[in-house]
Design a protein around this ligand. Sequence first.
Ligand SMILES: *Cc1c(COP(=O)(O)O)cnc(C)c1O
Length: 389
Amino acid sequence: MNKPTFDITAVSTPCYVTEELYLKHNCEILDYVQRQTGCKILLAQKAFSMYEAYPLISRYLCGTTASGLYEARLGYERFGKETHVFSPAYKSEEIEELSEYAQHFVFNSIRQFNLHRERLSGKTCLIRVNPRFSTQEGHEIYDPCAPMSRLGQTLSSFENDVRKYGLSGIDGLHFHTLCEQNSDDLERTAEEVERQFGKYLKDMKVINFGGGHHITREDYDIDRLTRVILHFKNKYGLTVYLEPGEAVALNAGFLVSTVLDVISGKADGERDIAILDASAACHMPDVLEMPYRPVILSGDGKKAGEIGEKPYGYRLGGNTCLAGDIIGDYSFDKPLKTGDRLIFCDMSIYSMVKNNTFNGIPLPSVYLNTPDGLRLTKQFGYEDFKRRL
Ligand SMILES: *Cc1c(COP(=O)(O)O)cnc(C)c1O
């Protein structure tokens, strides 16, 4: 678990602080995979679009991938190198502008590709396939292999379209079925993709393994990943792409908050409650959506525990009026008091890209910690709230 290397009292809260030191560490691991295998790794901007950090990341990765027009434009303008885009369904009126930014288009079906293909000459076009081979449990909203999935073509749907439209103009296949997973799950998935779609790969140039690879996690098996990549590269002569989001900025940043009030338990047996200037609902929506329990450090850098682990237990909640705006129950070595700082770990990913101004709650400022010190890159105010309403 990474700890802040900056002075947590030097920032105004709430704020996200991303540390270049940790980003660089992740990028070096990803670049190692590129150098071992000749694969190309892209930043999936969906997870992390803090473009102030793109100059650093672009020294290592080959480009970005986008979930639509705006992310594609951001990647093109701020990252450069290769720009890829996927959309479950492209809007006709966006194709022309997208073509200015993106060189690689991933389509949700051969049919979708054929709706737009005349306007895509010179582009690399891939079809997203779906092996319907689920290797994850518990997070159905993050499982593209769930029944009725709209993401990617199953083999039978793909083959129906092949009969109707043929495969001309299609340069490769894309699959994305993982979420925070290790390379054993990738290996099993890749074997299944090959079993189903292998006969089509012989005529293609590119395969994209999507995201969800937790490559920069300590227990990730990189050797197994390189074997899977090299198998596709050597057997079919394919250029292999990976497009992780999380892994690029995993554990690279923090959300720093201040305790606004501490309320003693209101009924028998109820524990005390601390109200923070950071909100689960507004500033870390995945805590409620996924859901998960963030790692928290107290101001002295000590990790908060489960209830019972340390002497002082609290329920931590945000300052919205949503009853469920609860970050979780944690215990500390010392009692919490107004003005204390609490640091939420691993808050660069799926945070800034998902936050909102529900309840008129202020958006956290954004800092980048560089070798030259802390740089405040974004600050928000009333106008940011008002403009969207
Ligand atoms: C979400 C997504 C990614 C990135 O996933 P991570 O879990 O952040 O690595 C990559 N490609 C596609 C198509 C996605 O939907």
